[in-house]
Design a protein around this ligand. Structure first.
Ligand SMILES: Cc1cc2nc3c(=O)[nH]c(=O)nc-3n(C[C@H](O)[C@H](O)[C@H](O)COP(=O)(O)OP(=O)(O)OC[C@H]3O[C@@H](n4cnc5c(N)ncnc54)[C@H](O)[C@@H]3O)c2cc1C
Ligand code: FES
Length: 279
């Protein structure tokens, strides 16, 4: 029997590992988290694109996309230091106690996409849900067509999962890494993600494109996907709104009639077109 977590209950967990991703004025760290209850951890299942609420006693909770693949023996999240909870997390050490609620949200419709070519387009910390999705696709490679991966950041220092991304570049024929401006010794793409998308020019035929990153990047990526012939139903993205409960009860995160926490955070552009403007 699969033991599901109750999304109302914060479950005790501890930090198994911490890795610096970006050392900036807005630093990013990746945390490896394990639920205290071994059975619950073993049975913790989710879809790529789903999130967890991570809480620290006396501070609060915040929501993060799960960066690890569904079959991992832990939960990985990458956290940008923003405010109360994220700063408290950045101040944590290996072994410290946290609480986890989840999985939260709908996740990517990976079953619907079977048989299709997959185009992943990420910017900055927006790579986290796409990292989970990438490894899911690797584990189920026979079910999907060609994979194109485009990832960009402001500078080489702002790339998350840098070594892994370079490894993916070595493995995949169609992985493109870009930074916004020239840097000494940088031999890959230079330019904004939407422009690199146009250079790479993936075919819309039997494809879906999934994009995560800063809203301004998503906006131009979607415009360029249209120019390449992608229909709104072939484009997916994730939305970020301030959240509290994460389970559709507090009304904090709605856009029109939809709740980002419950109906999202993954939406097709076809759905988003029916909502008040989000990008
Ligand atoms: C579906 C979803 C997935 C997310 N995934 C990640 C992730 O993988 N990694 C990650 O680092 N962050 C992620 N976030 C954002 C993260 O949840 C917020 O940064 C976090 O809530 C900040 O908590 P805090 O207590 O540190 O900040 P607070 O003290 O609450 O706020 C600090 C500052 O950040 C601003 N802020 C807080 N939350 C948001 C938000 N959602 N959008 C815009 N501004 C905000 C506040 O206005 C304030 O200026 C995600 C958000 C959503 C909705
Ligand atoms: S966060 Fe409470 S309804 Fe979405």
């Amino acid at each position: 029997m699969v033991l599901q977590l109750n999304p109302y209950l914060p479950y005790p967990a501890y930090i198994r590992g911490i890795r610096d991703e970006v050392l900036d004025k807005r630093p990013i760290k990746t945390f490896t988290i394990e639920l205290k209850d071994e059975k619950l951890m073993k049975n913790f299942t989710f879809k790529p694109g789903q999130c967890v609420m991570v809480g620290i006693i006396g501070v609060g909770e915040a929501i993060f996309a799960i960066a690890s693949p569904p079959n991992a023996d832990c939960i990985e999240i990458s956290v940008m230091k923003m405010g109360r909870v994220t700063t408290a997390l950045h101040n944590c050490n290996v072994g410290d106690k946290v609480f986890v609620r989840g999985p939260i949200g709908n996740g990517f419709p990976v079953e619907e996409w079977e048989g299709k070519n997959i185009v992943l387009i990420a910017g900055g910390i927006g790579i986290t849900p796409l990292r989970s999705l990438y490894y899911y696709i690797c584990d189920n490679r026979g079910k999907y067509g060609e994979l194109t991966f485009i990832y960009g950041a402001r500078s080489s220092k702002d790339l998350c999962f840098k070594e892994e991304i370079f490894e993916i570049e070595r493995k995949e024929k169609t992985c493109h890494i870009t930074i916004d401006f020239e840097e000494e010794g940088w031999t890959r793409h230079v330019g904004f993600v939407p422009d690199v998308l146009m250079k790479v020019s993936p075919s819309p035929k039997n494809s879906v494109a999934i994009t995560c990153g800063p809203p301004i990047m998503i906006r131009y990526v979607i415009q360029n996907l249209h120019k390449l012939g992608f229909k709104p139903s072939q484009i997916y993205t994730t939305l970020e709104k301030r959240m509290k409960c994460g389970i559709g009860k507090c009304g904090r995160c709605n856009i029109g009639s939809l709740y980002v926490c419950k109906d999202g955070p993954v939406f097709s552009y076809e759905t988003l077109q029916k909502l008040p403007e989000v990008f």
